[in-house]
Ligand binder design. Structure first.
Ligand code: AMP
Ligand code: AMP
Length: 360
């Protein structure tokens, strides 16, 4: 049982020299700055090409170069991380470049996360089950392209940041577009076999960020962002007549994030959603979510909130709050953001000898 091995490793750690470690990408700066503010050491597993980021923003005590992120699993790398008393913070690049299975079974370095939930996060059916158990409102899904009814988004497995997604309105338009996407090299036959067909929600996109604290037995609401996606967010600048002439299709490649504050009357439901997702996670895999998580939702004009995805880890959208976020200011009244909230939980666990409760 890996948890026992993790506990064993934690017992050998020098509690005065704990490092916070992560892959150099996604939300690493957010995480490292938070760690420094809480007087923790930092380790960055980084590609040589990306070193410039961690030189221009000097927040890293120890940099370890790799040619690809999969090298995180190498035995000597893991040994090196353990020697540095590292607690890993998983973010989007972990499951984008390493399989969830490998992270769960072959990474013997303590993580600030419930690894078992990674399995639920990467599998769309399991995600849906989790969100349904939490009683959230979800878009309809269609098991077979033949069932498609109304505006539908076609998704592919894995965190590909919306690359290659497309919209259809009927079974016929699905087969037509799929063929075209294949010809353009945007997707393979294999992708098509594992498509996920979801009702397209026409509404304002909001991505609320939460933090579940085991130590304080609480779910905190930290902030909200929306994504800035290419090309879907810029299509509106091109008149419909030209769109038709160049046969333009929306794509959903993430390029950045924009901060949002919500209409206050939406907060009760947004807050309850976070609580219920944590309750459901405790039932599916005790002790449930550890630390950060985020929902992806769209709010329609009759103010119904539809959730289409969950990330059981820090999301890059929390980068909009580096320094401070309005909702964290309301609670902490000081410089606080997701990376620092994570580090503070680790700091508290070190000081109260409770690391075993938050590292898996
Ligand atoms: P990257 O290391 O930038 O390739 O990111 C790894 C994964 O995280 C990608 O597949 C993206 O889907 C996701 N991701 C990266 N940056 C962001 C962002 N700013 N907002 C939302 N998702 C992101
Ligand atoms: P995902 O891979 O689920 O994070 O989706 C990537 C992007 O596709 C989102 O940020 C949205 O812009 C869009 N999207 C995904 N699912 C839906 C949906 N059911 N309705 C509307 N837009 C969606």
């Amino acid at each position: 049982m890996i948890k026992e091995e993790i506990n064993e490793i934690l017992r050998k750690y020098d509690r005065k020299k704990i490092s916070v470690g992560t892959l150099g990408s996604h939300s690493a700066l957010n995480i490292f700055k938070g760690a420094k503010e809480e007087n923790l050491r930092t380790v960055c597993i980084c590609k040589k090409d990306d070193e410039i980021v961690y030189k221009k923003f000097p927040l890293v005590d120890e940099i370890i170069f790799v040619s690809e992120f999969g090298e995180l699993l190498d035995q000597d790398m893991q040994e090196r991380l353990r020697k540095l008393n590292t607690i890993l913070i998983p973010h989007g690049s972990f499951t984008a470049y390493i399989s969830a299975e490998e992270i769960i079974s072959n990474l013997l370095v303590p993580m600030f996360a419930n690894r078992e939930l990674l399995r639920w996060e990467v599998d769309r059916e399991k995600q849906r089950e989790w969100l349904e158990r939490a009683g959230l409102r979800l878009p309809r899904t269609f098991k077979n392209p033949k069932e498609i009814e109304g505006l539908t988004i076609v998704k592919f497995p894995g965190a590909r940041g919306g690359r290659g997604y497309f919209l259809v309105t009927s079974p016929e338009s699905f087969y037509e577009k799929a063929e075209e996407m294949k010809k353009r090299g945007h997707l393979t036959e294999e992708d098509l076999e594992s498509v996920h067909l979801q009702e397209y929600i026409i509404g304002a996109h909001v991505y609320p960020h939460y933090f579940r604290s085991i130590l304080e037995n609480n779910v905190e609401f930290l902030g909200v962002d929306k994504r800035y996606e290419s090309t879907v967010d810029e299509l509106g600048r091109i008149p419909a007549s030209e769109q038709l002439q160049i046969d333009l299709h929306p794509t959903y490649t993430i390029v950045g994030n924009i901060p949002i504050v919500l209409r206050e009357s939406l907060l009760p439901e947004i807050l309850r959603m976070g609580d219920r997702v944590v309750e459901a996670s405790m039932a599916i895999s005790p002790p449930g979510i550890i630390g950060p998580f985020c929902l992806e939702a769209a709010i329609t004009d009759d103010l119904k909130i539809y959730t289409f995805e969950i990330s059981a880890r820090i999301v890059a959208g929390t980068n909009v709050g580096i320094g401070t976020s309005p909702y964290l200011y309301l609670k902490y009244g000081e410089r606080m953001w997701m990376g620092r909230r994570i580090a503070r939980e680790i700091r508290k666990a070190i000081d109260s000898d409770r690391l075993e409760e938050i590292c898996y």
